[in-house]
Design a protein around this ligand. Structure first.
Ligand SMILES: O=C(O)CCC(=O)C(=O)O
Length: 259
């Protein structure tokens, strides 16, 4: 186990209530900086070598992204996918009591980590990054219930300027009607009907080692990076044992980790 500097091993009753009501909660300095350093080391190794399963900004075509891999900035990386295949540090981290005990409080005793979703380091580069519209992560996921919890670990400062996450409190409990979404299932920010919930947006400004726990149905978005330094975050998702992926779906394409 890596050296621990912080951490109680669980959420308070009030924090659990906040998560249930708002759909997210920030845990400051939860992740020891040894973990952050090691993950950054792996990230920089694989980023420099363009190693492994990579998603480029050009692949997503969000506003601000280069049009193609051959355009200027076309090889700007958006995510190093399959983090778990890159180094054992990721498995060690999610099995730490200060992570898994919190997940048990939110999901129940038996926690499973799908490797098919998130399981990545997000890299948001200053020049060619993009705006991610409001969405629920579950929009293209297929589980028995849409009850998953994401853990977003800041590996450096996350601010409004470099494109930190924004979340809509309570939106994980909202019934989102099809006409509130666009063709790609983004929650429309041009629709009068959506304005009251959009006006409640909260920003998750984080520092290295802070962790944001959020419900995968909680609507969230982020701008491109307007700073001059790359922003890095490690992101994972978790479910309870009794919420398996549907067979023959993208969500069941990869194995899972029993925690
Ligand atoms: O950092 C961002 O642009 C948001 C990423 C995100 O929400 C996602 O990929 O699901």
């Amino acid at each position: 186990m890596l050296k621990q500097e912080v951490c109680t091993d669980q959420l308070s009753v009030e924090e659990v209530e906040t998560f249930r009501r708002e759909g997210f909660i920030v845990q400051r300095s939860l992740i020891p900086l040894d973990y952050v350093d090691r993950i950054l080391q792996i990230t920089k190794r694989d980023e420099t070598a363009y190693f492994g399963d990579i998603e480029y900004e050009a692949d997503v075509q969000y506003p601000g992204a280069p049009q193609s891999l051959t355009d200027e900035g076309g090889r700007t990386i958006r995510r190093l996918r399959q983090a778990f295949s890159r180094d054992p540090v990721f498995a060690r981290l999610v099995k730490e009591p200060f992570v898994v005990n919190r997940l048990r409080q939110l999901l129940g005793e038996q926690v499973v980590m799908p490797l098919a979703h998130h399981n990545c380091v997000m890299t948001k580069h200053p020049k060619y990054s993009s705006d991610t519209g409001w969405h629920q992560d579950t929009r293209y996921w297929s589980f028995t219930r849409s009850e998953l919890v994401n853990v977003w670990v800041a590996l450096g400062d996350e601010t409004v300027t470099n494109g930190c996450l924004r979340l809509l409190p309570g939106s994980h409990r909202m019934v989102v009607e099809p006409d509130q979404l666009d063709d790609e299932l983004f929650f429309r920010d041009d629709l009068p009907r959506n304005q009251s919930i959009l006006s409640t947006a909260a920003t998750a400004e984080l520092k290295a080692g802070d962790a944001l726990f959020f419900h995968a149905c909680c609507l969230h978005s982020a701008t491109r990076n307007y700073s001059d330094r790359t922003k890095y975050s490690a992101v994972f998702t978790f479910r309870s044992l009794d919420n398996p992926p549907l067979s023959d779906s993208r969500s069941s394409e990869l194995p899972e980790l029993l925690l």
